[in-house]
Design a binder for this molecule. Structure first.
Ligand SMILES: Cc1cc2nc3c(=O)[nH]c(=O)nc-3n(C[C@H](O)[C@H](O)[C@H](O)COP(=O)(O)O)c2cc1C
Length: 194
């Protein structure tokens, strides 16, 4: 009896994983907080054995954006066939302000394969730039990009850096993942009753 109840409970648990890629630590920090809040395993994309993707029902894919490219873009493309049967949460850590919906839409459209877009959520988190920690190439790239920008606030952030990494930013993501888990658990519980 107890094992039957245990099996029932086991069936209700959706298995998830956080796969992430970060360059200077902002995404690593967010991914650690997410893993902590949601009780999920956390794996760097470069250390993740893609064959084990089939073990999971949902995947949170978190990485940052450099010159318009989301760092997990190629990894996601390579694994698109397996990922298309999963519920996906795309997390883009970037400098783009949360009010710039047009740029967010552009970043989502250019970085997420259309075959994966429909069963997914895309979320943006403001990250950080610490100028003195950047590689020479990144410093130069940012300096060049800042010379093309007119908005004084954006220019200041690009030349002096900024830090908006905060646990409080994750409220929406956590809500969305929990809402999904709740909906799936209700669905599974109902199908178990039939
Ligand atoms: C060289 C460089 C280029 C960047 N390009 C973009 C960009 O195109 N769009 C954007 O929204 N943010 C951009 N950012 C901001 C980063 O996405 C942000 O700093 C993020 O927090 C980095 O996260 P990470 O430390 O996990 O790599 C850029 C930052 C640097 C240093």
């Amino acid at each position: 009896m107890i094992s039957a109840v245990r099996n029932g409970i086991k069936q209700l648990i959706m298995k998830g994983v956080i796969v992430y890629k970060s360059k200077y630590g902002a995404t690593t920090q967010y991914s650690n907080w997410l893993a902590d809040e949601l009780g999920l395993p956390l794996v760097k994309a470069e250390e993740f054995d893609s064959k084990s993707l089939s073990d999971f029902d949902f995947v949170i894919l978190a990485s940052s954006i450099y010159i318009g490219k989301w760092l997990l873009r190629d990894w996601v493309k390579q694994n698109a066939d397996v990922l298309k049967s999963k519920k996906l949460f795309f997390v883009m850590v970037c400098g783009t302000p949360s009010s710039d919906f047009k740029e967010q839409e552009r970043l989502a459209n250019t970085n997420i394969p259309s075959s994966l877009a429909k069963n997914s959520n895309v979320m943006f988190l403001r990250g950080r730039v610490v100028i003195k920690k950047l590689s020479l190439m990144d410093k130069l790239a940012l300096r060049f990009a800042s010379s093309m920008v007119n908005d004084p606030l954006k220019k200041k952030e690009m030349t002096e850096g900024y830090d908006e990494v905060s646990r409080a930013n994750m409220v929406d993501i956590i809500k969305k993942v929990r809402a999904y888990l709740q909906a799936m658990n209700v669905q599974k519980a109902e199908s178990n009753l039939v």
